[in-house]
Design a protein around this ligand. Structure first.
Ligand SMILES: Cc1ncc(COP(=O)(O)O)c(C=O)c1O
Length: 373
């Protein structure tokens, strides 16, 4: 095996995921458990119960469903198997992940309409309210919580209040925020919320998670447009005997169980939010001192991930900058916004303000090497 693969010190991931995880989370995978094993079934039940608790809701009203695949599979499961044949989806878009939801609806030929905003702009609540009043065919509304494209945090509670008032179903893609941004599903009137194993709960990749309002899910019999992404069937399988319909990601689930225990030991979502916020505050202060500008106004900016504009200096090349940081052991992320040249730095995962300060020193060194200061 090459030295790189056996090296005990991994690079630190300042990305939107997969993220840096704790050694103990990785070590939890060093076991083989059968998918019908009693211990495995108990572990899955415990994971599902802990997820409902994290969501701040009663297990009588909400359930957690685990679905093999990445986060997008879980998004596609919700869209393709919970919208009725005569339904219509309103997608609120201000970034690439909102566009992905729209693309899923289009692929499944689900009637849809979009309210699209620039990537640095919050959705317009009055416009959403007016659209729901004007278009009675809309049955479901989808929005992204933290649009990881830019790092903007959308007002999902306020949108939820409008959706509830209008009597529609509400779907939130909270992929990069769940576990790190305090949120009450019931108060936000959320019917379906999606996240994944490798984001703020700090597990490793392998499955998506859907938190569902039981009463809403129970009305979806016969709506599924695929077999493997049938959310109701997945839930029924897990409820019946605690087992997955198809091969589960056993090792990933063991890691995730450990990650949930570590989240609780850290002090739950409030404590994790405080750590990520401290990471973010250190990043913003340090980058600003180095002359970098954020793409978003700070008021709209989440503490999950931050987009920085390319510096105007003629010596700046993102490829060189990225590679130099990578060689120093720090992985940042290219930008995804369409309207400006940006790169992104994530502040989630098993990283601390001291790691952010180390990254800032590496950035200072790199821009000096590039002759930018
Ligand atoms: C908000 C959001 N939605 C969807 C996805 C897609 O998840 P995946 O790449 O796990 O399919 C991501 C990934 O970063 C995301 O941040």
């Amino acid at each position: 095996m090459s030295d790189k693969l056996t090296s005990s010190k991994d690079k630190i991931l300042f990305t939107p995921g997969p993220l840096t995880t704790s050694r103990t989370v990785k070590q939890a995978m060093l076991r083989d458990l059968g998918s019908r094993d009693f211990e495995f079934i108990q572990t899955v039940a415990d994971i599902r119960a802990r997820l409902v608790q994290l969501a701040g809701v009663s297990p009588n009203d909400y359930a957690a469903i685990i679905l093999q695949g990445s986060g997008t599979y879980a998004l596609e499961a919700v869209i393709s198997s919970t919208i009725p044949p005569d339904g219509k989806l309103l997608v609120i878009i201000n970034g690439a992940y909102g566009r992905r939801t729209e693309a899923i609806a289009k692929t499944h030929k689900i009637p849809n309409v979009a309210l699209t905003y620039p990537e640095d702009t919050q959705p317009d609540l009055a416009q959403i309210e007016a659209m729901l009043a004007a278009d009675r065919a809309i049955t479901d509304v989808a929005v992204v919580h933290c649009e990881t494209t830019s790092g903007i945090l959308n007002p999902i509670e306020a949108i939820g209040a409008l959706v509830k008032k209008a009597g529609r179903r509400y779907f939130v893609d909270a992929m990069s925020s769940f576990g790190a941004v305090p949120l009450n599903l019931a108060e936000s009137a959320i019917d379906y919320l999606v996240t994944s194993s490798n984001k703020c709960i700090e597990g490793v990749p392998g499955f998506g998670i859907i938190l569902v309002k039981r009463a809403t899910l129970l009305q979806t019999e016969g709506y599924a447009r695929t077999i493997s992404l049938n959310l109701l069937a997945q839930w029924q399988g897990l409820e019946k005997d605690g087992q997955f319909r198809f091969t589960p990601p056993t090792h990933t689930l063991l890691a995730f169980h450990q990650a949930l225990i570590e989240l609780e030991a850290e002090g739950g979502i409030a404590a994790r939010a405080a750590r990520y916020r401290a990471n973010h505050d250190a990043l913003i202060a340090g980058m600003s001192a180095l002359g970098f500008e954020t793409y978003l106004k700070l008021a709209d900016q989440s503490y999950i991930i931050t987009s920085f504009r390319y510096p105007k200096h003629p010596n700046f090349s993102f490829e060189r900058f990225y590679k130099a940081l990578n060689d120093k052991g720090y992985v940042i992320y290219p930008g995804k916004v369409g309207s400006a040249d940006c790169f992104r730095i994530g502040t989630i995962g098993r990283i601390f303000p001291s790691d952010v300060r180390d990254l800032l020193s590496a950035i200072r060194e790199t821009i000096t090497e590039m002759g930018m200061c």
